[in-house]
Design a binder for this molecule. Structure first.
Ligand SMILES: Cc1cc2nc3c(=O)[nH]c(=O)nc-3n(C[C@H](O)[C@H](O)[C@H](O)COP(=O)(O)OP(=O)(O)OC[C@H]3O[C@@H](n4cnc5c(N)ncnc54)[C@H](O)[C@@H]3O)c2cc1C
Length: 249
């Protein structure tokens, strides 16, 4: 293919990897068209024995859980899919992968639910080396068009290429403008608050908007519910893709 002018939106490493801007590229020969990634089949779920590598707090009620799956090889999942984790007496809960697919390791961000059988009962007692069972990948939620995201309440977003939200890390060098509306109650709930702005270093245009629903007088940022803030800022949503993540409360 060729371009009349070298396109601004295509980085050299992306062009070298075979990406093209179809709105500007002129084909020089026959094209083979394949369907979008979202139409591709997901990997079949498989069960694995895993061990806990570490459990450490990210905030007062969010834990970063690192699991090792020594026999699983390189994990195959799409950003946004989830796994089922069974520990203790076999009680299982679903958690979204918070790391990009890699060899034998996966990270989770888990919010402690007071009185919750798994997150309050089992998880705080788990320690490095404890065996757990994992089934993945599950679900079909993943990024189709890469535009604003709204995350509410608890988990999901991490830092970088091998530790962080796979939905961000997987596609960030090819992203159009992205706004992350990050809804919590109080400032101390905003885990990764210092890290999230650094995600913008590899994005064309990244906006981080923390929104607090129960902030005290000291909070200088946005207040209210996260979806109200996004609606107020974005207005007409017809040209946006919105990814909503969060708990039911
Ligand atoms: C596809 C999927 C992905 C998920 N990914 C994540 C993730 O990445 N991180 C994460 O922390 N959780 C995630 N969850 C939620 C998780 O699976 C559990 O439901 C949650 O951790 C509570 O489990 P528990 O055993 O501690 O509470 P339970 O004993 O099951 O419930 C205790 C009480 O808390 C209520 N409750 C349950 N879940 C919540 C909640 N999220 N918020 C408020 N109240 C609740 C219940 O209605 C019940 O009254 C995901 C759920 C699904 C379905």
């Amino acid at each position: 293919m060729r371009y009349d002018e070298e396109p601004f939106g295509l980085a050299p490493d992306e062009a070298a990897a075979g990406y093209a801007l179809a709105c500007q590229a002129q084909p020089l020969g026959d094209l083979v068209i394949s369907t979008a990634r979202d139409d591709e089949a997901c990997a079949e779920p498989a069960r694995h024995r895993a061990v806990v590598r570490a459990v450490r707090p990210l905030s007062a009620d969010v834990l970063h859980v690192e699991l090792e799956l020594p026999e699983a090889g390189t994990l195959d999942y799409r950003p946004g899919q989830y796994l089922k984790l069974a520990a203790g007496d076999g009680l299982a809960r679903s958690f979204s992968m918070a790391s990009v697919p890699r060899e034998g390791r996966v990270d989770l961000h888990v919010r402690r639910i007071p009185g919750g059988a798994f997150t309050d009962g089992i998880l705080p007692r788990l320690k490095a080396g404890d065996p757990v069972d994992v089934e993945l990948p599950l679900g079909t939620f993943s990024i189709a068009r890469r535009l604003p995201a709204i995350a509410d309440g608890c988990h999901r977003y991490g830092t970088g290429a091998d530790q962080g939200d796979p939905r961000i890390a997987d596609g960030r060098s090819r992203l159009p403008p992205v706004s992350l509306y990050w809804g919590m109650r109080q400032p101390e709930d905003l885990y990764l608050h210092a890290d999230i702005p650094t995600w913008g270093e590899r994005l064309y245009d990244f906006q981080y908007v923390p929104v607090l629903s129960r902030a005290g007088d000291g909070w200088q940022g946005r207040r209210g519910y996260v979806h109200d803030a996004a609606l107020a800022d974005l207005g007409d949503l017809s040209e946006h893709a919105i990814y909503l993540c969060g708990s039911r409360t």
